[in-house]
Design a protein around this ligand. Structure first.
Ligand SMILES: Nc1ncnc2c1ncn2[C@@H]1O[C@H](COP(=O)(O)OP(=O)(O)OP(=O)(O)O)[C@@H](O)[C@H]1O
Length: 222
């Protein structure tokens, strides 16, 4: 589904040039659950932002479903990102002034052809999947960290993406809640076939996934 071919990412500032990714080759198949591990600064977040079509490589090719991403216009890339990719972050990124249901509905606001009624139903379905049907009227501030991350996962799911990108999804949670979130991601992958790429610092969690890719200094080492 996704291929990274000879990817290089160089950040150039006035004083220093940083090679964040150095000739990375990675293929992610449909339905896979891949963990990415590596020390701080090795390029994990950079990799996720490229896979998530949030940034472009300095050189190399990213292919999505067999077609080079660079052959799409900016507008098409934005539409692809919105329809095919769901994001989950370490710090949830929920909007505190919106209810749980409204937070989950948000990504569908920018979808053409989705009525208000359908939006609501899909958000309710996504919240049901993450076990939060009883909390739809709550606000993020009234939830535990684990529950907030469940809301964020429901928000990532509501657009029915092909791919979920999770950047340290359990990084802010204690081990019990972290386990719960990990089990939820594993279930979504196994039961619903959602492809997941997860950056984590937690070796135990990484070992539960189908595949573990390790990075060091911008390069893939295993
Ligand atoms: N916007 C930027 N401008 C300049 N340098 C950057 C930028 N973003 C990242 N870098 C550099 O690129 C390298 C890789 O950073 P990246 O954030 O991808 O690492 P990481 O593995 O995700 O680290 P961490 O585990 O600490 O989040 C680092 O040396 C970082 O300083």
């Amino acid at each position: 589904m996704l291929r990274l071919i000879d990817i290089e990412k160089v950040y150039q500032t006035k004083t220093i040039e940083t090679v964040a990714l150095n000739r990375v080759n990675l293929t992610i198949g449909k339905g896979e659950f891949v963990s990415i591990m590596g020390p701080s600064g090795c390029g994990k977040s950079t990799l996720l932002s490229l896979i998530g079509l949030l940034d472009e490589p300095t050189s190399g090719t990213i292919e999505l479903n067999g077609r080079a991403v660079r052959s799409y216009s900016d507008k098409e890339v934005a539409a692809l990102r919105n329809s095919k990719i769901g994001f989950v972050f370490q710090s949830y990124h929920l909007i505190n002034d919106l209810s749980v249901l409204d937070n989950v509905e948000l990504p569908l606001l920018y979808r053409p052809g989705v009525s208000g009624k359908e939006r609501r139903q899909r958000a309710l379905d996504a919240l049901d999947k993450v076990g939060l049907s009883a909390r739809t009227a709550h606000f993020p501030g009234q939830l535990s960290g684990g529950q907030r991350q469940r809301v964020a996962i429901a928000r990532a799911l509501v657009g029915q993406p092909e791919l979920i990108l999770a950047d340290e999804p359990t990084g802010n949670l204690d081990s019990v809640m972290g386990e719960e979130i990990m089990d939820l991601l594993l279930e979504l992958n196994r039961r619903d076939g959602v492809t997941i790429v997860m950056v984590t610092h937690d070796e135990q969690q990484a070992l539960k996934t189908e595949r573990l890719v390790r990075f060091f200094d911008g390069s893939q080492v295993s």
